[in-house]
Design a protein around this ligand. Structure first.
Ligand code: UD2
Length: 311
């Protein structure tokens, strides 16, 4: 049994990661400031005697440092973040504070208190609008948002600490994550969460473009499992890996699954492609397979069925 701290524990990916850690018998301390995380995401976890929750902001001076001094965890899974690319454009300063400065504080606290491992939520956003298919870890990184830039800079900060101070750092570049608990708050939320809500409410979805654009959609259950492996398996070295399926799915494919369930639903409406939208985004999963022995297990269709039936 390991003791793992999960920052952003009440978030979409965080809460699934907490659930899987607890199911595997680990001791989990969650941290969240509830800026975008939701208490209801932790309903299951809160019933466990192996789970404790601390509510504070990582940038509160000394707060995370104090928690590590007190709890001395084996690893930190750092998922707390400003998660919206659009919000990072509207407020680059807040993006800097929550995505880069907070990560530096986590790295420093880990160094001071001898935490052996950090798993970090990076993003395919570090690649910007790369057109290479599939995108490999070696693909040129050219972020096109403050969000992507902060994720890339955070990787550098963490890997610098790993090299200098001997802790193990795993940076996970998540592709398009979907599944239960994803917040469809705005039209810029992950497309599957937006579609799921529209179908459930009997409203037509809007397709920007012709719907043939593809993404590497990965189930949150697979993403959480990658986090658990990276935090708990022995013999893992530092590095960066795409967390993706390596399989492209078009929006039309996604809509076909929804329409088969919501028989008689309104036909999608079409709108002009979004400014800056990329047509295809596909990750290469081989590095995660080699470094973590991680392979996805939930296909897109199965993940969509689960989402539809959990709504
Ligand atoms: C991700 C980011 C986005 C931007 C982009 C850069 C998320 C959720 N989005 O967008 O902010 O950084 O990467 O590449 O992290 N779509 C529809 N109808 C809708 C909603 C979306 O057709 O109601 C389309 C959208 O135009 C796009 C595709 O669905 O072609 C996927 O959209 P997304 O925002 O889920 O993901 P992505 O990778 O485009």
């Amino acid at each position: 049994m390991s003791h793992i701290i999960v920052t952003g524990a009440a978030g979409f990916i965080g809460s699934h990661t907490v659930d899987q850690l607890l199911a595997a018998g680990h001791l989990v301390t969650g941290v969240d400031n509830f800026r975008t995380g939701r208490r209801s995401n932790l309903n299951g976890a809160s019933a466990s005697k192996n789970f404790a929750l601390h509510e504070f902001d990582l940038t509160t001076p000394g707060a995370f440092d104090h928690l590590l001094a007190e709890t001395r965890p084996d690893a930190v899974i750092h998922l707390a973040a400003l998660v919206s690319v659009q919000e990072s454009m509207a407020n680059p300063d807040l993006n800097y504070t929550l995505n880069l400065h907070a990560t530096h504080l986590v790295a420093e606290a880990a160094r001071v208190h001898g935490v052996k491992r950090i798993v970090f939520a990076s993003s395919a956003a570090v690649y910007g609008d790369a057109t290479e298919r599939p995108i490999r870890e070696s693909t040129t990184k050219r972020p096109i948002s403050p969000y992507g830039a902060a994720k890339l800079a955070s990787e550098a900060i963490l890997l610098g600490h790993a090299a200098a101070f001997g802790l193990t750092v795993r940076c996970h570049r998540y592709f398009n994550v979907f599944g239960p608990r994803q917040d469809p708050a705005s039209s810029y939320s992950g497309v599957i969460s937006v579609f799921e809500r529209r179908f459930r409410e009997g409203k037509p979805v809007t397709i920007y473009g012709d719907g043939r654009q593809t993404r590497d959609f990965i189930s949150v259950h697979d993403v959480a499992r990658a986090n658990v492996i990276a935090a708990t398996r022995s013999g893992i070295g530092s590095g960066v890996a795409n967390i993706c399926t390596g399989r492209p799915t078009s929006l039309l494919d996604v809509i076909t699954v929804f329409r088969a369930h919501y028989v008689g639903s309104a036909a999608p409406s079409h709108a002009a492609p979004r400014h800056g939208d990329i047509i295809h985004s596909l990750g290469a999963p081989e590095e995660a397979s080699a470094a973590l022995d991680f392979r996805t297990e939930v296909g897109v269709e199965a993940g969509l069925q689960e989402l539809i039936h959990s709504g």
